[in-house]
Design a protein around this ligand. Structure first.
Ligand SMILES: [Zn+2]
Length: 223
């Protein structure tokens, strides 16, 4: 039974992006080498662990670096999710006007579609900042609904896990009731007289057999 759920997200921010975040003029001249080393390690580790992750990609970098594009294509083939992290990773996305925000999202989606053959599975804003304008644009572009579908699926999975736990609890209650009832009847048979002797022996054997089953079932390990 699933007892723990986790989700692994990897933001594909190159050194350029991080340098810009700290106020420097980021200029990573060798995006190819960066993506080759980082993605080879990440994909190898995920493959070894048998885990799938979600990669949030910057469209512009996939266009600039053929290696980055090839690695993302490989990630998609390996079964990982490819998601939208804007076209140029502007840190103040929410301060841009609606047309510029829309272009950032749409251009990245177009690059991802051309690299993997599929639309992105979701969106993450640089610095995680969103506002009503961003959300409205995501909805219009169909990305918000993708996120909602994912949330619904996650909720259904959690509900199923919770239902299974409830069913197990109910089953244990029925079993305990059955054991209690059997014990009571056995006691009655022992302490009462009369009736058909053969029938008494058969009832007693049946009860002992069902008690044995219920006890074995109760002591089986649960996860
Ligand atoms: Zn980022």
């Amino acid at each position: 039974m699933v007892s723990k759920l986790a989700s692994i997200h990897i933001d594909m921010d190159s050194p350029n992006t991080l340098l810009r975040f700290w106020g420097f003029d980021g200029n990573c001249h060798d995006l190819d080498s960066f993506y080759e080393v980082a993605m080879t390690r990440a994909l190898g580790l995920l493959r070894e662990s048998g885990v799938h992750a979600t990669f949030f990609c910057i469209g512009e970098e996939l266009e600039k670096s053929p290696v980055a594009a090839a690695m993302v294509r490989q990630a998609s083939r390996d079964g990982h999710e490819i998601a939208n992290h804007t076209y140029s990773h502007p840190f103040a996305l929410t301060t841009l006007d609606a047309a510029a925000i829309r272009k950032e999202v749409q251009d990245c989606s177009n690059v991802i579609r051309s690299v993997t053959g599929s639309p992105p599975v979701g969106f993450r804003s640089p610095g995680y900042e969103v506002n009503a304008t961003v959300l409205g644009i995501l909805e219009a572009l169909g990305l918000e609904s993708v996120n909602k579908e994912r949330a619904k699926l996650e909720q259904r999975l959690l509900n199923a896990v919770s239902d299974l736990r409830l069913m197990r609890k109910e089953r244990e209650q029925y079993r305990d009731q059955l054991l209690g009832l059997s014990e009571a009847i056995l006691h009655l048979l022992k302490t009462s007289t009369g009736g058909d002797a053969q029938a008494r022996v058969e009832v007693e054997a049946q009860l002992r057999s069902s008690n044995g089953l219920a006890t074995t079932s109760r002591s089986s390990p649960t996860h």
